[in-house]
Design a protein around this ligand. Structure first.
Ligand code: F6P
Length: 381
């Protein structure tokens, strides 16, 4: 379907929120209205909003009429204010002043229902009834899988946009939100280091990232944290943990007073453990430092699980710029009559569209290993 002012493009944010999503929404709406004269519908709460709207329409014979009236009546901020309105016609003012604001004004959610083909069918039918021919979906791995399924099961034009602090999408060098999350982690380390130095402590900080250690390793490199433990370096056994504690103790013997250790949430333990890695490591380190005859029995270890702190806050200029570039490429593809469905990706510093299911960039894992080596060589052990 070719784009026209009668055929709106819909946009949604899905999965865990990521800083930069608002800058992205702003860019999608402003490019749509200013550059392409195509209206943009914002979908509240990701796929969940679409499912709710489909149910609203299917509930009775007037459902569709009522939904259309609601969209036409409550434009922009009026629609955004009403938390019950699932689809909002975006205008200039609705994206004013949101550039760096954390979270997403549209809301985001994970939607288990969307795993069901019959639910996706309801959503595809709904978009058809509303005359929506194209959908832009920003989110992480699961959200982009949803986008791929929609593309396979309909004639909709679908563009996915990587947005996740985890940086675990290996077909792109960066996802939206990563730069800000790294920035936040550097800020956090700067705060923890004050107490670490003052009390001569070891601080073990657990970072997010799901199965990926990228967020932790980028934060370690940028903050100068002494040690970083990622899932890619394998499971932590008793003996590996002892080795890490020995390394810290050795540094203390040579005059170091404190250490910051980052551990990614995805790190596994052998034998398997249920608790957060930061606490397991604290116990292992503390037991080692207090063993009989140890040189620093008073050395204290404190764990912190940084959690959702990493997902919030003002987006960095780097994320805002990437958001604008992703939005521009998404529009370019939607307006190209030969354009294909796919995902915006940053590859070799260029933004392009890659197909759904695009293989990993081999450079990503090489780059991760190089970052680990660089971090090791920069540490003051
Ligand atoms: O994918 C982003 C992320 O923040 C992960 O790093 C983390 O494992 C997960 O989401 C947390 O999810 P929730 O916000 O549902 O607790």
């Amino acid at each position: 379907m070719s784009l026209s002012s009668e055929s709106p493009v819909a946009v949604l944010c899905s999965g865990g929120d990521a800083p930069g999503m608002n800058a992205f929404l702003r860019a999608v709406v402003r490019l749509g209205l200013n550059r392409h004269q195509v209206p943009v519908l914002g979908i509240r709460d990701g796929y969940r909003g679409l499912v709710r709207a489909a149910r609203q329409v299917n509930a009775d014979t007037d459902g569709l009429v009522r939904l259309k009236q609601e969209i036409e009546r409550n434009i922009g901020n009026r629609g955004l204010i009403d938390a019950q309105q699932n689809i909002i016609q975006m205008d200039h003012a609705s994206v004013s002043g949101i550039m760096g604001k954390g979270g997403t004004i549209l809301g985001s959610a994970r939607c288990l229902d969307f795993h069901k083909p019959e639910v996706r069918r309801e959503v595809i039918d709904l978009l058809g009834k509303l005359g929506v021919g194209s959908l832009i979906i920003s989110g992480g791995d699961g959200s982009l899988t949803g986008a791929r399924l929609l593309a396979e099961e309909s004639n909709l034009r679908i563009i996915g946009v990587p947005a996740t602090i985890d940086n675990d999408l290996q077909f792109t060098e960066m996802s939206l939100g990563v730069d800000t999350a790294v920035h936040t982690l550097v800020w956090a380390v700067d705060h923890f280091i004050d107490t670490a130095r003052s009390h001569r402590r070891v601080m073990v900080l657990e970072t997010m990232g799901r199965e990926s250690g990228d967020l932790a390793r980028m934060a370690a490199l940028a903050s100068g944290a002494e040690m970083v433990i990622t899932p890619e370096s394998g499971a932590l056994t008793e003996s590996r943990m002892r080795g890490l504690a020995e390394k810290i103790e050795g540094a203390m013997t040579r005059g170091r007073g404190h250490a910051i250790v980052l551990i990614a949430e995805g790190v596994k333990f052998e034998p398997e453990q249920k608790r957060n890695g930061a606490y397991i490591l604290r116990d292992a380190f503390q037991a080692y430092f207090q063993r009989a005859g140890a040189p620093f029995p008073d050395l204290e270890v404190r764990p912190s699980v940084l959690g959702h702190l990493q997902r919030g806050g003002h987006a960095t200029p780097g994320d805002c710029i990437l958001a604008a570039r992703f939005a521009e490429e998404a529009w370019k593809s939607l307006l190209d009559s030969n354009g294909k469905n796919g995902i915006t990706a940053l590859r070799y510093n260029k933004v392009e569209i890659v197909p759904f299911g695009c293989p990993d960039l081999p450079e990503r894992s090489i780059h991760s290993r190089a970052m680990d080596a660089l971090h090791d060589d920069l540490a003051n052990w």
